[in-house]
Ligand binder design. Structure first.
Ligand code: NAI
Length: 226
C-alpha cells in the first residue's frame, strides 16, 4: 500500500525517526513522547507530531508513542516490511565500500548481485558475492530484485540505469554525479557527497568573508540541522 498523501519531506524524515526509535528500543524503552523523541533525534516535536499524523493517531496523550508500534508503522509506510533485494553495479572504490557495509540489513536490504564491466573483476569474489559481467544484467529478472545501486563513472550511468529498468528494477540509488532519466514508474535518488560538502563552508564563513561587504545575510555556524 502507498500512502500517497505523505509529502516527500516527511518521507525523507521517516528513516531518521526509524533510526532513533530503533536505538531507543535497543535501550529497552517501550514508549516515548514526541518531545523526548525530538530531543533524541534533533527534530522539533511539532514536526514529528505533524509527520506521524499523516498515517493515523499513533500516540496517546500523556503516554506518547509505543516504540514497537511506531517502528512497525514507519516500516510499513516506507515499504520496508517485506525486505528488498538490491543489485549493485560498479564494484570500484565506492561499490566495494557499499558491499562491505553491514548497515543495510537492519532496514531489510539484501545485496544479492554485483556487476562490473572490468574483466579483471568479473568472476572474483567480493564480500559474499561473485562479481558478474554487466552485459548479463538481464539475468536479474530471475532474482526478484527491485532496487539497484549505481556506482559506475558518470558516462556509463545512463546506460546502466536503462539496463536496470529493463531488468525490472523500480528504484535506483545513483552515486554517479550525473542526471539520469528513467521512466515515471521508476524512482531515482541521486546522492552526491561532494555537493553536500559544498554547502558546508557556507556555514563557517571565513574571517575574510565576514569583514567584506555585509549584505545582511548571516550564515549560522551551528544552526542548520539537516
Ligand atoms: P571506481 O573507478 O573506483 O569504480 C568504478 C567501477 O565501475 C569500476 O569497477 C569499473 O570497472 C566499473 N565500471 C565502469 N564502467 C562500467 C560499466 N559500463 N558497467 C559496469 N561497471 C562499470 O570509481 P568510484 O570511486 O568507486 O566511483 C564510482 C562512481 O561513484 C563515480 O561516478 C563517482 O563519481 C561516484 N562517487 C560518488 C560519490 C557520492 O557521494 N555520490 C562518492 C564517491 C564516488
Amino acid at each position: 500500500m502507498r500512502y500517497r498523501k505523505i509529502p516527500d519531506e516527511t518521507v525523507r524524515r521517516l528513516p531518521v525517526y526509524l533510526r532513533g526509535i530503533r536505538l531507543l528500543s535497543a535501550q529497552g524503552q517501550d514508549s516515548i513522547c514526541s518531545k523526548a523523541l525530538a530531543d533524541f533525534i534533533g527534530v522539533n516535536a511539532w514536526q514529528i507530531r505533524k509527520d506521524l499524523s499523516y498515517f493515523g493517531e499513533l500516540g496517546k496523550p500523556g503516554v506518547g508513542y509505543a516504540v514497537s508500534k511506531l517502528e512497525r508503522q514507519i516500516r510499513k509506510v516506507l515499504n520496508l516490511e517485506g525486505g528488498h533485494n538490491v543489485v549493485l553495479v560498479g564494484v570500484g572504490n565506492l561499490g566495494s565500500a557499499v558491499l562491505a557495509f553491514g548497515g543495510f540489513a537492519q532496514y531489510g536490504f539484501n545485496i544479492v548481485a554485483a556487476f562490473d564491466s572490468d574483466p579483471r573483476k568479473i568472476g572474483k569474489k567480493k564480500c559474499h558475492l561473485i562479481i558478474e559481467d554487466v552485459t548479463k544484467l538481464s539475468r536479474l529478472k530471475t532474482k526478484d530484485v527491485d532496487l539497484g545501486i549505481i556506482a559506475v563513472p558518470g558516462e556509463a550511468a545512463q546506460e546502466i540505469a536503462d539496463g536496470l529498468v529493463s531488468a525490472g528494477v523500480r528504484g535506483i540509488l545513483n552515486f554517479a554525479p550525473v542526471r539520469i532519466n528513467v521512466p515515471k514508474k521508476v524512482k531515482i535518488i541521486t546522492i552526491d557527497i561532494a555537493m553536500v560538502l559544498a554547502r558546508l563552508p557556507y556555514y563557517i564563513p571565513s574571517a575574510k568573508n565576514n569583514s567584506s561587504n555585509d549584505v545582511g545575510i548571516a550564515a549560522t555556524a551551528n544552526g542548520g540541522r539537516d
